[in-house]
Design a protein around this ligand. Sequence first.
Ligand code: DC
Length: 222
Amino acid sequence: MSKKMIITIDGPAGAGKSTVSKALAKKIGYIYLDTGALYRALAYKALKSGIVLDDIYALDSLCSESRVVLKNVDGQMKVYVDGEDVGNKIRTEEIGLTASKISAFAVVRKSLLQLQRETGVNGGIVAEGRDMGSVVFPDADYKFYLNADIEERIKRRHNELLSKGETPDLRSIRKDMISRDKQDSEREVAPLKPTSCSIIIDSTKLSVREIVEKIIRQISEK
Ligand code: DC
């Protein structure tokens, strides 16, 4: 792997994208770009400022007034909104759902496009999200689409919240996940779907290590 490639990993919530992308990037010495964090950062600001979430004019102003910045701190990408490190505050279910809601608006997507592309300008990047292969990096060297059965994704999210010391409710996780799947895949702008050249991986029965190995096998074949 001499060339610094762009590798994209798209897929629905709970499919294991973040863990896999992070592990893959670390293993091959690439930058890990978590684009969900950018939408979550804007969702955080939208909730904080109390705007009506489907008011396109309010969203437009919010996006043009907000400064979303990515900084590489000791090899780790951190997200700042107007100078505030929002890393720990954006990992809630409420912010995930809000990010899903506002990301359906073209004005929101457009405001984050350049930042995402700039991060990948020199290659050497594993970019994770919903539209990495379809919109942000259409010329990516490898496009992966990671999926898993909904029941498995619900179980993973439940375990993740338990490990954070929370007391998650399975029924509300199921409800939120179904609603996020629907919102992310049925929106008009940049809907979640594999591209015609995406390599689809079903992660339902695979461990993180197995998925990373599978990806590395694919990208070493060329
Ligand atoms: O990956 P995540 O769960 O952190 O993403 C939160 C939401 O952000 C997701 O439900 C939809 C939106 N998103 C998007 O529309 N496009 C991306 N590339 C990444 C995330």
